[in-house]
Design a protein around this ligand. Structure first.
Ligand code: UDP
Length: 351
């Protein structure tokens, strides 16, 4: 029987992967390690399966005695305001955490890692194939996330080369859907929580920057196909995302149709916000043939609105990270903010 560890299993994507792992009958024990930095226990509360064990701990503190047959590493914040607020902790989770998980793997075990399309930086090539080496600023505001993911990829491929460990590395493009934190700070969840609170929908810059918006069910299906169903021995990296590229402002206007009383408010552009992002899925079509994103963002947004509406306790006004009016105290941000906005720098001891 298979003993599995998932780091970051109480997070947005991690908890969906837990659901898929528990559908496997060969797994005898599933240990979720999560420090609840961005994850929440409520993401797992629907599960009653005595194979599941939850341990609240940092990924860097995982028992490294080489006992797990399979390890899934999703232990990292992925939302820019969250990782920008704690860059050293983000680097540690990805770099030290991945190093620790390599040591926690039994000989012959499999380590799966969710990397990111951020390894492509602000891409000069579109769509981005896995062979594109990217355009990342290693001292820029997104570097803690981008470079620590790149370093974790490097570590895994070197461990494969020098120690023969089995790996699967996925590069995720933008993902949205149920179990995103209301204060997560990414575009779709911001727009929806703003709409539900009757507040302006905030678009950074002119909103012409584009992303590929993958609904979480489609993306997690891609993960299980690659990680354990039929990925073969291909180590990756493998792009997993929706290859329909849509400007941010279009998504904002779509969400506004559901909340017509809300205005669209343009705020200053975010420093080094990537201008475009779209996966080249040629390799995915070979490694996991037939897999594709079925849920268009419009339907995904509607499903996500439904999920946010059902959150308990009912609809407290979300505390957004972006001030929508300088003199409105209700709009003072509490969640981490983007680099370049005053308080994130002032309160960060590393700066
Ligand atoms: N964005 C926006 N308004 C928001 C949140 C995000 O216009 O309230 C933009 C952001 O500047 C970026 C895009 O939406 O261009 C996607 O941002 P997100 O934080 O979701 O993910 P990213 O791809 O930047 O990691």
């Amino acid at each position: 029987m298979t003993k599995v560890l998932i780091a970051g299993g109480a997070g947005f994507i991690g908890s969906h992967l837990v659901d898929r792992l528990l559908a496997r009958r060969d797994i005898s024990q599933l240990v979720v390690v999560d420090n609840l930095w961005t994850g929440t226990k409520s993401n797992l509360q629907h599960i009653s399966d005595n194979r599941l064990e939850f341990r609240q701990a940092d990924v860097e503190a995982v028992d490294a005695s080489g006992q797990y047959d399979e390890i899934y590493n999703l232990a990292s914040p992925a939302s820019p305001p969250w990782y920008m607020a704690e860059p050293m902790r983000t680097i540690s989770a990805n770099v030290i955490g991945t190093m620790r998980l390599i040591a926690a793997l039994r000989p012959g075990g499999l380590l799966c890692f969710t990397s990111t399309s951020e390894v492509y930086g602000d891409p000069l090539v579109s769509p981005q194939p896995e062979t594109y080496r990217g355009s990342v600023d290693c001292t820029g505001p997104r570097s803690s996330y981008d470079e620590s993911k790149r370093c974790a990829e490097a570590m895994l491929f070197e461990a494969r080369r020098t120690r023969g460990i089995r790996i699967r590395v996925v590069r995720l493009f933008n993902v949205f859907g149920p179990r995103t934190r209301p204060d997560d700070g990414r575009a779709v969840s911001n727009f929806i929580t703003q709409g539900l609170a009757g507040k302006p929908i905030t678009v950074f810059g002119d909103g012409r920057q584009s992303r590929s918006w993958g609904y979480v069910d489609d993306i997690v299906h891609g993960l299980e196909r690659f990680f354990w169903l039929d990925g073969g021995d291909y180590p990756g990296p493998l792009n997993v995302g929706n290859d329909r590229e849509v400007p941010v402002v279009d998504v904002a206007h779509f969400v506004r149709k559901r909340f017509p009383h809300c205005a669209i408010q343009h705020l200053p552009p975010v420093p080094q916000d990537p201008t475009n992002r779209r996966p080249d899925l040629t390799l995915a079509n070979q490694v996991i043939p037939g897999w594709t994103c079925h849920v268009p963002y419009e339907e995904g947004v509607d499903r996500t609105i439904g999920w946010f509406r059902g959150l308990q306790p009912a609809a407290p006004a979300p505390r957004m990270r972006v001030p929508v009016a300088a003199n409105d105290p209700d709009d003072a941000p509490s969640a981490p903010r983007r680099q370049g906005r005053p308080t994130s720098v002032a309160t960060d001891p590393w700066n």
